[in-house]
Design a protein around this ligand. Sequence first.
Ligand code: TMP
Length: 246
Amino acid sequence: MKNKYELIYEGKAKKVFSHEDLEKVIIEFKDDATAFNALKKAKFEGKGKLNCLISAKIFEFLKKNNIPTHFLELKNENTMIAKKIKVIPLEIVLRNIAYGSLCKQTTIKPGTKLTKPLIDIYLKNDELNDPLITKDRIKLMNILESKDLDIIIDLTLKINGILQSFFKNIQLQLVDFKLEFGYDLKNNILLGDEISPDNCRLWDLNQKNDIIVSLDKDRFRNDLGGLIEAYSEINRRINDFFKLTK
Ligand code: TMP
């Protein structure tokens, strides 16, 4: 983007720019993909656009379901306008099915359906490699008040309920996802970041056998190939869903 707007922050997958309205920011989605705390890096042309469009649709859907989010509107295909938030440095992961790091760090077998959603909280700190963190350590670090942590956990569980049935409608299994939250200028807690195949595991339910077909960033993490095809398929199913329900 041209220099009319000041770059406030650059993350691994997004850039955040100032907006003439101080209560807003402009978020540009990049084509870069990283995994394992950026040990693995690549660029996928069109990923930024797909994640931006997918996130916008999902944020709108969540808003309709009374979830407060930072999303305001799309500016163009790979850029959105959002409310400015002070990001809480926690990554809230919710798991419905055991996969990924849960299976590397425990004896739970990949693909095990969890009897209730598991919430794992990580400290958002690249230097420390985003470690798994406990409620007591969060308290010790004064990251946020415990009532706010309860609000965030409650929101995450609600979002899971909404998204699980949303994705089921489009033949996708929501395996797990990562959320980030922040405070707006009035200190309200809002859902921030993005909701896309970069931070959700989505398995195709249109499979005859029990084989796992990942339509998410595991295509890159696990060298499966076809990342853009998978993200395009998710975008297509979401668009078809909203066309039908209009
Ligand atoms: P994990 O199994 O690697 O812990 O990932 C759980 C979920 O969180 C998965 O949907 C991918 C997402 N995630 C992120 O969005 N960012 C991250 O940095 C990590 C580690 C996971």
